[in-house]
Design a protein around this ligand. Structure first.
Ligand code: NCD
Length: 333
């Protein structure tokens, strides 16, 4: 049995979806709409003072445009001060350890650290040893929890609109995740989030890009795209991580396009109501045809809009809930 929704948020950090209960995931999803309303204000100021006087540090050791700007905007819309540290210009290139760099950032009284790192587990190790709130913005192939939360939020909002029911959850939703699952922290976090919320998942990829042991996570898998799309409510295409294809896991990109690309032809196998999602950045016409990426089924830009609101909700819950404050104080004492 999943734990019931806790009355208050108690976790200091957001490290992975695997650590969250269904209740905690739902608390984030239920907090986000008020922040979406702030971002969508047609007139007036797109800001609330919930993190006024607090310092949010974006600390990115890997390239990112979308996630970094989304966090920065979320912090600014909460009225926080923001600071960005790029790994290439930080003292890590001079040999400083992550712990020392973070201790120095904390000595300047940072409150929230948004960390992206190539090593799986880096945010977890820092969170256990430091008092600031750590948010994992992607660690190696491990997890990308805020991406999964904005994804399930987008699925829930779309489903509620499509079916005219503002209370609907994701129980029974069928999601096909297609592409480079082997290298994808986005897929891993989404698998955890969707299974906890009661959705069912089919992974579809060439056999070499389906990680071994993935069936233990309670998902179906297939190497035939038509099979994955047949009853999908949501089609989630992943970016082909060309920079990580060092071991020749694909015979050819042309073959991948022919067999696995989500395009007008392959979409014929999917139900009419199925929506198309992608975490970005898109390799246009490789995993997704331009026509579909920009078409009426695509909610890709809604994912980006929702991402800011979901990240505002997360930062607000971590930094402002009584439970989180108490956890921090007991850790300090
Ligand atoms: C993803 C990432 O970096 O893990 N991008 C993102 O955060 N929007 C997915 C990817 O790079 O393929």
């Amino acid at each position: 049995m999943e734990a019931m929704a806790p009355a208050v948020w108690v976790k200091k950090d957001l490290i992975g979806i695997r650590d969250l209960s269904r209740g905690e995931i739902e608390m984030i999803l239920d907090t986000a709409p008020q922040f979406l309303a702030v971002s969508k204000r047609a007139s007036g100021i797109k800001k609330v003072p919930l993190l006024q006087g607090r310092l949010v540090v974006n600390w990115f050791h890997e390239p990112s445009t979308r996630t970094r700007t989304s966090f920065e905007l979320a912090a600014k819309r909460l009225s926080a001060d923001t600071l960005s540290i790029a790994a290439s210009s930080s003292s890590s290139v001079k040999g400083e350890t992550l712990h020392d760099t973070l201790a120095n950032i904390e000595a300047m009284r940072a409150d929230i650290i948004v960390l992206r790192h190539g090593c799986a587990g880096a945010p977890h190790i820092l969170a256990a040893a430091h008092a600031s709130h750590i948010i994992n913005a992607g660690d190696g192939r491990h997890e990308h929890p805020t991406q999964a939360l904005l994804d399930v939020f987008t699925m829930r909002e779309t489903l509620r609109r499509q079916r005219g029911n503002p209370e609907l959850g994701l129980d029974g939703l069928k999601v096909a995740i297609i592409g480079d699952i082997e290298h994808s922290r986005v897929a891993r976090s989404n698998i955890h989030a969707l299974t906890k919320l009661g959705a069912s998942i089919t992974l579809c990829a060439p056999a070499t890009l389906l990680p071994r042991g993935v069936e233990r996570l309670g998902v179906a898998q297939t190497t035939r795209l038509c099979e994955a799309l047949a009853d999908a409510d949501v089609i989630y295409a992943l970016r082909m991580q060309l920079e990580r294809q060092s071991r020749g896991l694909l015979p050819s990109i042309r073959e991948y396009v022919k067999l696995f690309r989500v395009d007008r032809d392959s979409l014929r196998y999917a139900p009419d109501h199925a929506i198309v999602m992608h975490p970005g950045p898109i390799n246009r016409d490789l995993e997704l045809s331009t026509e579909v990426a920009d078409g009426t089924r695509s909610v890709i830009l809604q994912q980006v809009t929702n991402g800011v609101a979901v990240r505002m909700a997360i930062m607000h819950l971590l930094a402002n809930s009584g439970g989180a404050r108490r956890a921090r104080e007991s850790q300090a004492s």
